[in-house]
Design a protein around this ligand. Structure first.
Ligand code: FES
Length: 177
């Protein structure tokens, strides 16, 4: 398994919050993904045993929801919204620029393992598109003309020891792409 001890103990606490163990399937999958970065076959078997369902039933959940990953991802996970509001504001042109700047094709992980970039559907911030989520942080108004600077910022974050310690706040330059 090689999941962290904290993950293993949290799993039991999570299961205890539900009247039926199987209801903890998705929270446990999120927990595993947070720990490992993705969900492998052994993880699915472990979750199945913990919640009393078959590994196939866990696989059905993992493959149904796009937020669950079955492969490792890059150090920065970049998700560009392509739904209507963001698309009209240039998310396709933005994606093309980011692919070029980060040397990474959409739906793939860069050869150096630093970036995974993909299109996603609406992430509920439609008035501020194009919206890009980088790991847990949302970035608004990332119009195509800002793509190169935005890519540079993502590259810089790889060596920023404070990265991820604070979330971008609305109205700050970082939040606004
Ligand atoms: S359309 Fe992009 S956040 Fe809703």
């Amino acid at each position: 398994m090689s999941l962290k001890p904290a993950t293993l103990s949290q799993a039991d606490a999570i299961i205890g919050q539900y009247p039926h163990k199987r209801s903890a399937t998705m929270p446990l999958l999120h927990l595993v993904q947070e720990d490992r970065g993705y969900i492998n076959d052994a993880d699915m078997a472990w979750v199945a045993e913990k919640v009393g369902v078959t590994p196939m039933q866990v696989l059905e959940v993992v493959t149904f929801y796009p937020m669950f990953r079955r492969e490792p991802i890059g150090r920065r996970h970049i998700r560009v919204c392509r739904t209507l509001s963001c698309a009209l504001r240039g998310s396709y042109a933005l994606m093309a620029s980011l692919e070029k700047s980060l040397n990474c094709k959409r739906g793939e992980t860069s050869a150096d393992g630093n970036f995974t970039i993909e299109f996603v559907e609406c992430i509920a911030d439609c008035g501020c598109g194009p919206v890009v989520q980088v790991d847990h942080a949302m970035h608004e108004n990332v119009t195509p003309d800002k793509a190169e600077a935005f890519a540079a910022k993502i590259r810089t974050s790889l060596t920023d020891t404070n990265y991820g310690k604070t979330a971008p706040q609305p109205g700050t330059p970082e939040w606004n792409g």
